[in-house]
Design a binder for this molecule. Structure first.
Ligand code: S3P
Length: 198
């Protein structure tokens, strides 16, 4: 069988990464619709598999268990699926194995947001994000900044500060289509050629 890393660029999965609450699921669903692809939200998959919410999995099975399940699922999706739009939980991409699988087989978009814009969203998400529980705003800001190091290894970045989800999704779709056109006659490994490490 053909290795998925050898897939034509047009068939590669599109993966969305970024901090909690940046809109990976909403924007991912829109991108999938615009490209006529299936959408997979990794957290929702884990919830379905376990018949439990993410906070309940953290509480009853622990974060290490969650990270293992998350890693195994993403590595499997990257290696064995094509033509999907996949949204990752905000902590997944900190795991090296996840980063390697995404960058080898998929096109990775970093959904970026400034700290000032992000902190306005905190009240909307804080209650069902176990990682944010019992943290001060300063601690959350540190986490936000620390994680940028991992997120900075991507193929493309979209700064979503002033963008509604529809506009952000359109930018991603335009960028993807541009990439397909520019690289379509080249070798399939080109996604690595435009990987950024800021
Ligand atoms: C997490 C982010 C969450 C979810 C879990 C852990 C994290 O996903 O996977 O609560 O460590 O950043 P979202 O990024 O969709 O909120």
């Amino acid at each position: 069988m053909k290795e998925y890393s050898e897939l034509p660029l047009r068939e590669k999965n599109i993966v969305l990464i970024g901090f909690m609450g940046v809109g990976k699921t909403t924007i991912g669903q829109l991108v999938a619709k615009k490209l006529y692809r299936d959408f997979i939200d990794v957290d929702q998959e884990i919830e379905h598999q376990h018949h439990m919410s993410i906070p309940a999995i953290f509480e009853q099975m622990g974060e290490d268990y969650f990270r293992k399940v998350e890693r195994e699922l993403i590595v499997d999706l990257c290696a064995n699926k094509r033509l999907k739009v996949i949204s990752l939980g905000g902590g997944a991409y900190l795991q090296e194995e996840v980063r390697n699988a995404c960058l080898s087989h998929c096109i990775v978009f970093f959904l970026d947001l400034s700290w000032d814009c992000w902190k306005e969203r905190l009240p909307l998400i804080v209650n069902n994000r176990p990682v944010l529980k019992n943290k001060t705003l300063e601690e959350i800001e540190r986490l936000f900044l620390q994680r940028r190091e991992a997120y900075s290894i991507h193929n493309s970045r979209v700064l979503t500060n002033d963008l509604d989800p529809e506009t952000a999704a359109n930018q991603i779709v335009e960028s993807i289509k541009w990439t397909w056109e520019v690289y379509e006659s080249n070798d399939n490994d080109v996604s690595l050629d435009y990987r950024h490490n800021e």
